[in-house]
Design a protein around this ligand. Sequence first.
Ligand code: FE
Length: 208
Amino acid sequence: MPHDGDDFVKPPPDPVLRVKVLESLLIEKGLVDPTAMDALIDQYETKVGPRNGARVVAKAWVDGSFLEKIKIDCSAEIFDVFGFQGRQGEHIIAVENTSNVHNVVVCTLCSCYPWTVLGLPPVWYKSAPYRSRVVEDPRGVLREFGTEIPEDREIRIWDSTSEMRYLVIPERPIGTDGWSEEQLSQLVTRDSMIGVGLVKNPVDFAVS
Ligand code: FE
């Protein structure tokens, strides 16, 4: 393809605009039903979302046999227990953080992500810098998220594919003995289930 002087390096038009144009084309050609599209977006942005994952983590913290099962086949187990299922929800396994290992999830090739438990992937997850840098320099990338992992702790990177997706089970914070699953789930952030963040500090949550 010939280069066209300086025009060649012009940034592409606003992605939002491009998406709108694509969407109107698809609707105009009768390829998608706009109501179905709105329902799908709403489903993953607001209803599914990371709250599902937080409930899975909270249950894993209180129920050791559930934890063992989701480490083998998370998709099957969360369907049995919570009824969670849906697109991009197949072949999920849980990876558990311990005092020796901190797990981080990426998709180096594109943007594979466990929608059923985390909702739609954040923009940075799909970005080229995250996808390449987290593999080369995990500690540096985590530091940019404000997450410091002790030097003596191994960082394990899990590369997602359409064949296998991962859900990080963060460590249960101390000081949460006797908390209900509902209370525990409030501590679990989306980023802690990707591995770039940690759970919230229980001290900030008054338990009534
Ligand atoms: Fe992918």
